[in-house]
Ligand binder design. Structure first.
Ligand code: C2G
Length: 131
């Protein structure tokens, strides 16, 4: 049984998020998703997600193929999470290409191409413009 782990904010869920989760799941038999907390987001991007971490966790958990979810409290804890959840593969979008290569000593590290033409940031800009 191959266990896959991935991480993200997954705010204002869109097809790019769904596709990366499905492609991550297809690399193994069990998918664990670390949903970044509001505090982690704020420290990383200086902004609050639209949906709270509790809503984002609940939404991600409801997606077919997602077997387990947890809160990612810090980017630096990835190694700990990989060990804690006994992950065999770490999957990240290629916007993070090369950033997590240090974990290759713990598990396989795979960067998957992002879905072109969609992002939460662009969606929010469109919503603001048309509101
Ligand atoms: N993604 C994608 N295609 C898009 C948008 C996002 O494949 N058009 C992927 C990203 O590459 C990422 C995942 O969806 O792997 C979640 O994206 P975000 O919510 O933007 O996650 P991010 O804020 O990058 O958080 O520990 C790392 C962080 O938690 C990652």
């Amino acid at each position: 049984m191959k266990r896959v782990i991935t991480f993200g904010t997954f705010d204002v869920l869109h097809v790019g998020h769904v596709r990366i989760l499905q492609r991550a799941r297809a690399l193994g038999d069990y998918l664990i998703v670390g949903v970044s907390t509001d505090a982690l987001n704020f420290s990383k991007k200086q902004k609050r997600p639209v949906y709270s971490q509790f809503d984002r966790l609940e939404i991600v958990k409801s997606i077919a193929g997602v077997d387990e979810v947890f809160f990612e409290h810090s980017l630096e804890l990835k190694g700990e999470y990989i060990k804690q959840f006994s992950a065999d593969v770490l999957v990240m979008g290629n916007d993070w290409e090369g950033r997590f290569d240090e974990y290759k000593s713990l598990c396989e590290v795979v960067y998957l191409p992002r879905t072109e033409g969609i992002s939460t940031t662009e969606l929010l800009a469109e919503i603001r413009a048309s509101a």
